[in-house]
Design a protein around this ligand. Structure first.
Ligand SMILES: Nc1ncnc2c1ncn2[C@@H]1O[C@H](COP(=O)(O)OP(=O)(O)OP(=O)(O)O)[C@@H](O)[C@H]1O
Length: 290
C-alpha cells in the first residue's frame, strides 16, 4: 500500500491551513506531529474526503482517490478528532451499525466487533448506552469502529484524547500490532503517543511539511543541540527568559535545566542525547514560555 500526497494546499479566508504538502507513505506507522493549528486535521479531513483541497492530488497505489470513488472508503478506517456518537445506541449496536455503513457482512462484522471490544477492554460494556460511557471509554469505542473491517489505511486524529496513562499504553501496543502491512497515520501533538511506535514522523508547522524521517534520524539530527545546564534560585529566571527549556528539575539547592540551543548556552553546559520531545521543541517551541 502506498499513499502519495502531491502539493496539497488549502486556504481559509486567504490564509493557508495547508501549503503545498507533499509526502509519501508506505506500510508503517506515521506520526503526524504539529502544534495546535499546524494543519493536521485539515490534512486528514482532505484525505478522508470531508474537505476539498484547493490544489493537489492524493494517490493510492498510484491512482487518484477521486477516480476511486466509494471504493476508496473501503480502504479507510477513520477516527475523527471529535467523534460524534448516537448516545442512545448500545456499544455493540453502534458497532453493528458501523458494519452496515462500511458494507461489512454482518456475521464477519459481529465477530470482529466483539474481538475489538475485547482488545479495547470494553467487552463488559457492550450493552451499555454510549451516552453512559466515560470520555475515555467513548474514545475506545471510536478506536474500535475505526478498525472494523481491518482497513489498509487507518487514520486517527488525536486518538489518545481522554485516555488515561494505562489506556494510552494499551492503545500504543494495539496500534503497533495492527500496523503490520498497513498504513497508520496518527495525528497528535503529544510526543509520547508516537515516540516509540512511529516508523516515521511527519513534522507539520503552519501548514507546511518541515521534515519527514524516522524518530531516530530526527533525534540524530539534534546532536549537539541539547544541553544540561545547572542554575540556582538566583540565576534561574534569567536562564528561563533567555533559553529554550525542554525540562526543569530541582535537585536540592540546584536547578537542572535541559536546554535546546545551537550554540553552547552556558560555559558549564554539557551535551546530552536528544529525545523526540527535544525535536518537537526545537522545531515548534518558539512561543512564549510559561
Ligand atoms: N473551518 C475553518 N475556518 C477557518 N479557519 C480554519 C478552519 N478550520 C481550520 N482553520 C484554521 O486552519 C489552521 C489549521 O487548523 P487545523 O485544525 O487543521 O490544525 P491542527 O493541527 O489539527 O490543530 P489542533 O491540534 O488544534 O486540532 C488553523 O489556523 C485553523 O485556525
Amino acid at each position: 500500500m502506498k499513499v502519495t500526497f502531491k502539493g496539497i494546499s488549502k486556504q481559509y479566508k486567504g490564509k493557508y491551513a495547508l501549503k503545498n504538502f507533499t509526502s509519501e507513505l508506505e506500510n508503517g506507522i506515521y506520526g503526524l506531529l504539529g502544534a495546535n493549528g499546524a494543519g493536521k486535521t485539515t490534512l486528514i479531513n482532505i484525505f478522508v474526503g470531508i474537505l476539498k483541497s484547493d490544489e493537489g492530488q492524493i494517490l493510492i497505489n498510484g491512482e487518484d482517490v477521486r477516480g476511486l470513488g466509494i471504493d476508496f472508503l473501503s480502504h479507510i478506517g477513520y477516527l475523527p478528532q471529535y467523534p460524534q456518537f448516537y448516545k442512545n445506541f448500545e456499544v455493540i449496536d453502534f458497532l453493528r451499525y458501523m458494519c452496515v455503513l462500511k458494507d461489512i457482512p454482518m456475521e464477519k462484522g459481529e465477530k470482529r466487533a466483539r474481538e475489538l471490544l475485547e482488545i479495547v477492554n470494553l467487552s463488559s460494556a457492550h450493552n451499555k448506552k454510549i451516552g453512559a460511557l466515560s470520555g475515555g471509554m467513548r474514545q475506545r469505542v471510536g478506536i474500535a469502529q475505526a478498525m472494523l473491517g481491518d482497513p489498509d489505511i487507518l487514520i486517527l486524529d488525536e486518538p489518545t484524547a481522554g485516555l488515561d496513562p494505562q489506556e494510552r499504553i494499551r492503545f500504543r501496543n494495539l496500534i503497533a500490532k495492527f500496523a503490520e502491512n498497513r498504513i497508520v497515520l496518527l495525528a497528535t501533538h503529544i510526543v509520547s503517543d508516537i515516540e516509540f511506535i512511529a516508523n516515521q514522523v511527519i513534522l507539520l508547522k503552519d501548514g507546511q511539511l518541515v521534515k519527514q524521517d524516522t524518530p531516530q534520524a530526527l533525534m540524530r539530527g539534534m546532536e549537539g543541540k541539547v544541553w544540561n545546564v545547572t542554575a540556582t534560585d538566583a540565576t534561574v529566571d534569567d536562564k528561563l527568559k533567555r533559553l529554550k527549556i525542554s525540562n526543569m528539575m530541582r535537585d536540592q539547592e540546584k536547578i537542572l535545566l535541559r536546554v535546546i540551543a545551537d550554540e553552547q548556552p552556558d560555559p558549564h553546559a554539557v551535551h546530552v542525547q536528544a529525545n523526540l520531545e527535544d525535536v518537537f521543541l526545537y522545531y515548534f517551541g518558539e512561543g512564549e514560555q510559561w
